[in-house]
Ligand binder design. Sequence first.
Ligand code: TXE
Length: 483
Amino acid sequence: MLTFRHFIGGAPCDSVDGATLPVYEPATGAQYAIVADGSQADIDAAARAAAAAFPAWSALPAAERASHLNAVADAIERRAVEFAAAESRDTGKPVALARGMDIARAVVNCRFFAAAITQFSSESHTGPGTLNYTLREPHGVVGCITPWNLPLLLFTWKIAPALAAGNCVVAKPSELTPATASMFADACAEAGLPAGVLNVVHGQGPRAGQALVEHPGITAISFTGGTATGTRLAATAAPLLKKLSLELGGKNPNIVFADCDFERAVADSVRAAFLNQGQICLCGSRVYVERALYPRFRDAFVAGAKALTVGDPADGNDLGALTSGAHLDKVLAAIETARTEGGTVLAGGERVRPAGRCADGWFVAPTVIEGLPLDCRTNQEEIFGPVVTLAPFDTEAEAVALANGTRYGLVATVWTRDLDRAHRVSRALSAGIVWVNCWMVRDLRTPFGGVKASGVGREGGLEALRFFTEPRNICIRIAGESE
Ligand code: TXE
């Protein structure tokens, strides 16, 4: 049985109170590891280690912090196969996806922010009679709280800009998927990152996570997770006046106009619905198709969903397992709700029990549902699984109204060859990101985040570096010039 321990002050350690949690392999449903279950005492030890490391780390020239991050990226890359196997085992996702997406992006995240910090600059404003310039200084010790769907990808997406900007970090990965966070800590040690610069405290959200948000030594929190947890976190952080970035859930619309590139729209819409078993906040879970194209699109989409293989994540299947037993129950219950609401299940709709070692794993067939109105639970609540609804629309205005008709506003996708319409619809959509004729194409320089219940703040590129720094204004009078 593997053991994942905290990483505090440059060394692995157990919880102060010795508490642990079981860790399960989603593909089999069996326990395969234990993880330290942190409490306030562990968070406090991590915050103290980080505070001790901060003066030296923040004083390093940006280029030296960048070298450290590049060394960490190299250390991950050297063990990429091992990282991918661990991520797949811990989350249930196909190993090829872990290698090609999660681990590859983790490396790129580190390298991207290493480069970005050397190009980061601040504003100056001249005269009359004064020179103003802006200092961009690290906060000190910041907290990064991450979920289980893209564990290392999202972990590094926060930690890399935080460290690049000169902060020290206390990170709390999801208790469901602790493996690659622990391996990342090892990679940091191997790469020679100074002790205390990065600290990892494992454990449950309401215990270790809550203690991290409440800790007086932590000045800013970057969180990715569910909207309910994000709301709770905001309520905790508000009276403590902490800076907060929240990347929350989505119920993302995918609008397909009749003039689209059909093959591409179908293939990418299937991918958008089911990649990572539908457990990506960017997944397109509501597909709206112009009525003239609807029957043809529906048939091709359903055929695409049925062609996906579901099974052992180590065996080259398209879909692996959902990440937890509780989440499997949630997704199956959502499918039942869809039936109760009058939806017709065109594909999937049930648990899959692969033959062999994965018979008790948490698998769900790619599920396609039609015939549901906008204002039902299935179309309003984030399911976060391989479940998608299809519906026709008649006009551009109706498509936009349907797309905008939930409390979420993370991303939207539009398929059309009409350039004017692409611009018009993109502007009209309430979403932090709109993809036109593509899905999940990520240029890391762009702002990333949602509107409405999908979050507060932006990550990515300069936005992340701005979040992890405090701007201060210095105003100097220039004698001899009139003000
Ligand atoms: O995530 P949580 P859950 C959505 C998705 C999913 C739902 C619930 O719909 O079904 O959220 O998922 C930590 N203080 N997304 O409950 O709780 C927790 O330990 C501080 C969308 O499993 O949001 C973990 O590290 N931290 C999403 C992290 O929060 C707390 C990705 C995220 O877990 C805490 C995941 C507390 N009080 C789920 N309680 C996305 N946006 O990509 C929990 N945590």
